[in-house]
Write a protein that binds this ligand. Sequence first.
Ligand SMILES: [Zn+2]
Length: 482
Amino acid sequence: MSAQEVSPLDRQGLLRRRTVLKGGSLALLLSGQQIAFGASIVAVRVWPANDYTRVTIESDGRLQSRQLVVGNPPRLAVDIEGIDLNPALRELVGKIRPDDPYINGLRVGQFAPEVVRIVFDLKQSVLPQVFSLAPVAAYKHRLVLDLYPEQPVDPMEALIAERMRDAPASAPAPAYAQPKPSAADPLGDLMAQQAGRPGPAAPPTPVAPSLPPTVAIAPPRPAAPPSVSPAPPPVAATSTRTDRIIIVALDPGHGGEDPGAIGPNGTREKDIVLQVAHRLRDRINSANVGGNPMRAFLTRDADFFVPLHVRVQKARRVQADLFVSIHADAFTNPDANGASVFALSQRGASSSAARWLANKENDADKVGGINIRAEDLHVQRALFDMSTTAQINDSLKLGTAMLGEIRNVGKLHKPQVEQAGFAVLKAPDIPSVLVETAFISNPGEEAKLRSASYQENLADALMRGIQRYFAQNPPLARSRQL
Ligand SMILES: [Zn+2]
């Protein structure tokens, strides 16, 4: 919903409008369908991230709010009606981190009887989205303030920026390779950066058109990093080389408002899966496929919530070759144990347990909280329902390769790749799997998931699985990059 829109109930005049804020042409938003006067704030949370910063105000009744954006210096004022200032709300001031990309600081005050005003001093102009969420899981009513940048963060540019930061000092990028990538050939820039040659559109040399540029300037690297053992069979034919960076999208599940499953000793799934993703990222970033460098792209690299369809969109934006969603399982029976790997299904789930799990993971949007009406969500889900048999077949191969490696470092819950309708696996053009690393609800496996050594073993196994998959299914050339 844009800042200018009001909900249908607002249009029907069911809500009283109070002229609490006077702002000329400034955007005004009413939210809420019932005013819960006398509600109490029970918690406040802040989730800063480059994509957006979220402030959540949780209360025991639904809150009504209105907001006002003020420029120069940029500020955002939010009036919350029906409450009085309480200690929980005052805590918000101390929860703003100095490195928050959007919020410099904030003030909270009782603006009028039963009206609390929060003024955010901003580091840059934002497009705020303010919306309410009904009670779900452990949460009561939530008023959510999402502060988005006016210029959305582009996953491809973020990936290139990270690549540039990591570039070895001994091989600085030429200045002319630095400008922002063109939308037409973003990977061309990445490749130019990798090879230290000017980009974005250097044509293949007539001398050795089939060789990747890295081979021309450096001795061939081993087929796998030292931590990856045993090495998969090498890719035989040079004709399968694609002269580009191989991108693996890693998708740490949950995040921010959505902790995922919580172990008996309080371990949160969202924290474990981010740690495992970081370990796998390190392995990917130092590996290659048949001489082509690999690069990991994380759909989230901090503790904030990313809606399921946005995870898929991000992976497609960077033209990922693979998508690996990382989770930890949970069940009511604390004895349940072992890892499992899932692919998408076009024809129902492979088991009732798989269907149950897919439903649970698909509920992440409800817990994490997205600003979308139910009917929009339906349309959005339908748009993503374009899965292909080819994608699923490749996903099954990738999942099988991973299971074959995970069984060497831990127990398997199911020996075969299972299938169900996971929303996050619906990129029609990217082989996509969801890995349930172990049962966080099992005290023994919770302890393993917390341990650095098991996380390392797991990351090694996933890396070997990826290498094994690519050895048997070399990434295809993308014509516009050759
Ligand atoms: Zn999960």
